[in-house]
Design a protein around this ligand. Structure first.
Ligand code: AP5
Ligand code: MG
Length: 192
């Protein structure tokens, strides 16, 4: 089993690279952001609550997202080679909850990929995407808030995985193909 956490700041390429990894290694892609956006599009009660946080650039409450993930993982019965968690865990409390969840399922994280991208490049990518994405959080004010929240609440998650020797920083600058080559190299070395 290959269970990968994709993390890094907003716009670092988690979704883009997850799609490529999923295809190459036959994994299941779970993006908590995409899940929440689906709920918003369907105007469910959950979506309405989630939107009030997302559009401000804040994280949705831990209990809510942990509950969503639990339900997803419990109902996940497929024959993929593992899972990519994209955008989860985003707080230390989420990382701790994930540990408990995985232990129960007798599974473990193979590695955490942290895509390192400069702040200017992150902002450029998200502003460009904002022109067509329709995402309520792709505007300069909310992007800055998302970056603040990332530094305050999500970066500390890296230390949690450094202590377990699962933390792998990867240069997230360059072309999509170059970055994918770096990530594949690390995954292949883990599998070997
Ligand atoms: P989420 O959807 O996870 O958004 P994010 O972390 O802000 O990251 P993005 O999806 O914007 O960027 P990405 O890293 O996936 O990059 P992408 O590949 O798209 O979360 C959104 C919100 O949901 C959160 O703010 C929070 O409110 C809530 N949420 C989600 N999970 C949560 C959790 N666990 N707990 C609490 N709340 C949660 O790339 C970005 C752009 O750059 C794209 O246009 C892409 O085409 C382009 N691009 C990619 N790679 C390159 C490259 N190498 N060169 C040039 N352009 C590139
Ligand atoms: Mg994404």
């Amino acid at each position: 089993m290959l269970n990968i956490i994709m993390c890094g700041a907003p716009g670092c390429g988690k979704g883009t690279q997850s799609d490529l990894i999923v295809e190459k290694y036959s994994l299941t892609h779970l993006s908590t952001g995409d899940l929440l956006r689906k709920e918003i599009a369907m105007k469910t009660d959950l979506g309405i609550i989630a939107d009030s946080y997302i559009s401000k650039g804040e994280l949705v409450p831990d209990e809510m997202i942990i509950d969503i993930l639990l339900k997803y993982v419990e109902n996940q019965h497929d024959d993929s080679n593992g899972i990519i968690l994209d955008g989860f865990p985003r707080t230390v409390a989420q990382a701790e909850a994930l540990e408990v969840m995985l232990k129960k399922l007798d599974k473990e994280i193979s590695l955490l990929v942290d895509l390192k991208v400069t702040e200017n490049e992150l902002i450029d990518r998200l502003i460009i995407r904002g022109k067509t994405s329709g995402r309520s959080d792709d505007n300069i004010e909310t992007i800055k808030k998302r970056l603040d929240v990332y530094h305050k609440l999500t970066e500390p998650v890296n230390d949690f995985y450094k202590n377990k020797n699962q933390y792998t920083p990867i240069d997230g600058m360059g072309t999509i193909e170059e970055i994918f080559g770096r990530i594949s190299g690390v995954i292949d070395s883990k599998k070997a």
